[in-house]
Design a protein around this ligand. Structure first.
Ligand code: NAD
Length: 512
């Protein structure tokens, strides 16, 4: 039985309340409904915020539109925008404890992990601040002596940012500073389960000197607030992270208004372990890959593909170590796997395992919730004998559940790895350079980790193939994605009058 203290000193005495950030001011929503969030581990109310209405979402979009069309932000020198982003990074670092605690209390993730995520997020703000100063167009001096071509990068406009609950502060920081660096204005809708740290970010941004209306934050339900943002004609771009199902809906709404989209969606990521790998390192990465964030992770290494010759010993070791993984109170310093986000989600995780067992798979460890005084916790789970057609091998379980499949050859491993509609990431473990390169080339995924797993760098693009999304975040290109291209053609000297020229196809190329 897991012991959970509902009187832990880090738990608030009363839920912390937030309002909406609209046009530079904190305001209550038009409706009176509040969303109250309880800690998934302690079942104690920790935060409350408005369930905003479509009218609130519209007011936020219009504030962002005004800030874009008439406000200073898109017109500032990049150096000035960069200074605000740098100041934000400093203020985030100064409030790491508060931000990390909010993410932990709302999502159930271990506090030590949340601190790392907030520190990583501050680094993204700093990186984007640098990018702001390097965003520029191109000059074409090869068009003949009387023509200068200039390709200008302008900010895309109003960006609607919609984020999920699993990495609340990190994911908003993968989007917002890049959009701001480009000079865009925004409306942000965090998940209704984990809005706290995003709202504190709103305080930080005002303190950092961001002008009113540049970032508006609207809390509430996706079908009300998110859908209004996605369909609003004053929005130019939608940057969405969440499930593939909601991503498809949002992309369809965006298509109707021909808006630009960036979609970071689900994953069913394989780790391929070959017999010649550093098996100790691979073992550690497999455990980390599947249990990090309780498996509630788009990058979760939820499928282990292991070469048959080592499968039995490797899996036996995984099962043995999985028994020792510290699951429990996210506020306890030793905890590595915290609580599961909602009761419905815990039911869903259990259903996946039960269904696999009914289909002939063997549950070697776990498979059900853990007994706990309070809260909801899933046992680390290892399922073997999984076939590629089972839902547990193809769909996102989003829990601490490892599905094990075996292969003999490199070709078979690549085929198995690609046997889902997703393509977010993969890991390959081998000491053979050819094997690693062949697998990396054959896998259809946005990131392939070679002899490592789930490392992240601000400099490197991240995103998915197929059902895992459209577009890339992070890296230099992320900021470019928030810009629109304009071409200037500038002639020097007189342009010859059209009617004095003999009829010819000279202008056809431009007209065509
Ligand atoms: P979700 O799709 O349920 O919700 C994501 C966001 O969309 C929330 O803010 C939600 O309120 C909003 N939303 C819901 N319905 C909407 C609608 N009709 N219109 C507009 N917005 C709407 O996802 P979730 O459960 O919060 O997060 C988990 C999912 O996110 C997983 O599938 C995970 O793989 C994915 N994810 C992907 C990445 C990545 O980078 N690829 C990162 C983290 C999470």
């Amino acid at each position: 039985m897991l012991t959970i203290d509902p009187h832990h000193p880090l738990l608030p005495k009363a839920p912390r309340h937030f309002d909406l950030l609209l046009d530079g001011d904190w305001r209550p929503a038009r409706g009176s409904t509040l969303l109250t969030r309880a800690s998934p581990a302690h079942e104690v109310a920790v935060t409350s915020y408005p369930a905003a209405t479509a009218a609130d979402a519209e007011a936020a979009v219009l504030a962002a539109r005004r800030a874009f069309d008439h406000g200073p932000w898109p017109r500032l020198k990049a150096a000035e925008r960069s200074r605000v982003l740098l100041r934000a990074a400093e203020l985030i670092e100064a409030r790491i404890e508060e931000l990390a605690l909010l993410d932990t209390l709302e999502s159930g993730k271990p506090l030590a992990q949340a601190r790392g995520e907030v520190a990583g997020a501050a680094d993204l703000w700093r990186y984007a601040a640098g990018l702001a100063r390097d965003l520029h167009g191109e000059a074409y001096t090869n068009l003949g002596e009387s023509m200068l071509g200039v390709v200008v990068r302008e900010p895309m406009g109003v960006v609607a940012i919609i984020t999920p609950w699993n990495f609340p502060f990190l994911i908003v920081s993968q989007k917002l500073p890049f959009a701001l660096a480009a000079g865009c204005t925004t409306v942000v809708k965090p998940s209704e389960l984990t809005s706290g740290s995003t709202l504190v970010l709103g305080e930080i941004l005002l303190q950092a000197g961001l002008p009113p209306g540049v970032v508006n934050i609207v809390t509430g339900l996706g079908r009300e607030v998110g859908a209004t943002m996605a369909g609003h004609p004053a929005v130019d771009m939608i940057s969405f992270t969440g499930s593939t199902a909601v991503g498809k809906l949002t992309a369809a709404t965006a298509a109707d208004g021909l808006k630009r989209i960036s979609m970071e969606l689900g994953g069913k990521n394989p780790q391929l372990v070959f017999a010649d790998a550093d098996l100790e390192a691979a073992l550690d990465a497999v455990l980390f890959g599947v249990y990090f964030n309780a498996g509630e992770c788009c990058n979760s290494g939820s499928r282990l593909l292991v070469q048959r010759s080592i499968a039995e010993t490797f899996v036996a070791e995984i099962v043995a170590r999985s028994r020792e993984v510290p699951v429990g109170d996210p506020l306890a310093p030793e905890t590595k796997v915290g609580a599961i986000i909602t009761p419905e989600h815990l039911d869903k995780i259990e259903r996946f395992v039960a269904e696999a067992a009914r289909g002939g798979a063997e549950v070697r460890l776990g498979g059900a919730r853990l007994a706990a005084e309070r809260g909801r916790f899933m046992a680390p789970t290892v399922v073997t004998g999984v076939t590629r057609t089972m839902p547990i091998a193809r769909e996102e379980v989003f829990g601490p559940v490892l599905s094990v499949l075996t292969f003999d050859t490199v070709e078979e491993a690549v085929t198995l790895a690609n046997a889902t509609s997703y393509g977010l990431s993969a890991g390959v473990w081998s000491r053979d350079h050819d094997t690693c390169q062949t697998v990396a080339a054959g896998i259809r995924a946005g990131t392939v980790w070679v002899n490592t797993f789930m490392e992240g760098f601000a400099e490197l693009p991240f995103g998915g193939f197929g059902a895992s999304g459209i577009g890339r975040e992070l890296g230099r290109h992320a900021a470019l994605d928030y810009t629109e291209v304009k071409t200037l053609q500038m002639r020097r000297g007189p342009r010859r009058d059209w009617w004095l020229r003999p009829a010819a196809g000279a202008a056809a190329m431009a007209a065509g």
